[in-house]
Design a protein around this ligand. Structure first.
Ligand code: HEC
Ligand code: HEC
Length: 356
């Protein structure tokens, strides 16, 4: 009897061991496989001349400053990690993957929503530039973020390595789960961020203006006070055509053409994008980046008002709230949209009056 038990557990363990070996083999294969780039990443990485070589010289630095900067080059496996990292930032959900989401390490297993992706907030795959190639102030550049690794985080006051910042973004900005620090998704995005820093010739430990998001504090307005009713009004005029009347975004053929700013596919209550959590970041994002092609057309107060309004819309609870808040938010996300639609259909005055 004892022998039988022993044999049974031996069988179970060797089965598990066999499974683990298979999984490792599959991961190794994926690491070796050539990467099918998203159109954005293809263009960007070609422009930065990413190829396996002994030395790396950045064409961007050459073009922008007329000087050569030579650094250590990349091996073929580094190049593939960088390519996969760019793909993850640009296509978290694996919509553009040739080989299904597998090629992106199933990065979407770490997010609950079916539409969130990093590039919604870290625009141009974390490397936004103007037409002349200038990097932009407060554009949340991932290269600038990497060279700041292990610097004090300005909002928590803690020493946070880049990997932890990525994890925070999975948990709250993407309303998801924490990947392990050693997970391939973290390693590849780190490889990509590090490459961006090299391509843009950013120096480790230095703070660049394109790191983080630009902030608009209340002191940068005429101090009329923030007003979400005013915000709702501007939102309807300037934002709703893309992001939807209720902020749920626009999805075409299963892909988010315009991201959700509220509801189950949006960032959580604990994201720094939530005005109620950090009231300076979202206004900065709006004023700098929205509406597309008309960036800078809103004034600081309007951006704060819209950000305030967005924070009143139902969205997932964050990792700091308990199950009660989570359940409440879940209910609101389910109940509010049809209620609002109904109120509008019977001519209820949901939208604020046009004149004030
Ligand atoms: C809803 C918007 C949003 C999404 C989606 C998002 N982020 Fe972020 N991310 C932010 C904000 C806001 C910050 C903080 C910016 C600041 O400190 O000013 C940030 C910060 C970061 C930082 C640290 C930057 C720094 O300089 O301190 C990293 C790294 C990062 N995000 C990676 C990611 C990755 C990887 C993903 C996708 C899995 C992602 N983010 C998705 C909004 C977002
Ligand atoms: C023409 C369509 C369009 C309009 C109008 C527009 N946006 Fe966006 N918005 C986008 C797109 C596309 C993105 C994704 C980022 C990108 O591709 O650059 C985005 C991203 C965002 C994000 C970050 C994504 C996230 O998950 O939080 C916020 C916040 C946002 N927009 C707010 C606004 C606000 C506020 C307005 C009105 C002042 C506005 N947008 C008007 C198209 C639009």
């Amino acid at each position: 009897m004892k022998l039988l038990k022993l044999l049974a557990s031996l069988l179970v363990f060797s089965g598990l061991y066999w499974l683990a070996v298979q999984k490792h083999a599959e991961r190794d294969q994926l690491r070796l496989a050539s990467v099918y780039l998203t159109p954005n990443c293809k263009e960007k990485l070609a422009r930065y001349d990413l190829t396996p070589a002994e030395y790396y010289r950045s064409p961007y630095v050459q073009k922008m400053t007329g000087t050569e900067s030579t650094g250590r080059g990349y091996r073929a496996e580094d190049v593939r990690a960088i390519q996969r990292g760019c793909n993850i930032v640009d296509d978290l959900q694996g919509n553009l993957a040739r080989d299904g989401p597998r090629e992106r390490w199933h990065a979407n297993r770490f997010v609950r929503g079916t539409q969130t992706k990093c590039a919604h907030c870290h625009q141009s795959a974390g490397d936004k530039q103007d037409a002349a190639g200038n990097r932009l102030v407060g554009s949340n550049n991932l290269g600038a973020s990497w060279v700041m690794a292990d610097m004090y985080d300005r909002f928590t006051g803690m020493l946070l390595p880049n990997e932890l910042r990525q994890m925070q973004c999975y948990i709250n900005s993407s309303n998801g789960f924490k990947p392990n620090a050693a997970d391939d998704v973290i390693r590849d995005v780190t490889a990509y961020s590090r490459f961006l820093a090299a391509a843009l010739d950013m120096k480790i430990g230095k703070r660049y203006p394109e790191q983080g998001m630009d902030e608009i504090p209340a002191s940068a307005t005429l101090r009329r006070g923030d007003d979400y009713v005013r915000g709702a009004h501007v939102y309807r005029q300037k934002c709703a055509s893309c992001h939807g009347a209720q902020g749920f975004g626009t999805v075409v053929d299963g892909r988010a053409i315009y991201p959700a700013l509220a509801g189950p596919d949006a960032f959580s209550l604990d994201s720094r994008m939530n005005f109620a959590k950090v009231n300076t970041v979202m206004p900065g994002f709006i004023c700098r980046n929205m509406p597309p092609q008309q960036e800078g057309s809103l004034d600081n107060q309007q951006c704060r008002d819209i950000a305030y309004y967005l924070s009143t819309l139902p969205r997932p609870a964050g990792d700091l709230q308990g199950p009660l808040v989570a359940a409440w938010q879940q209910m609101m996300m389910t109940v509010m949209p049809p209620l609002t639609r109904y109120a509008e259909s019977i001519g209820g005055n949901v939208a604020p009056p046009a004149s004030h």
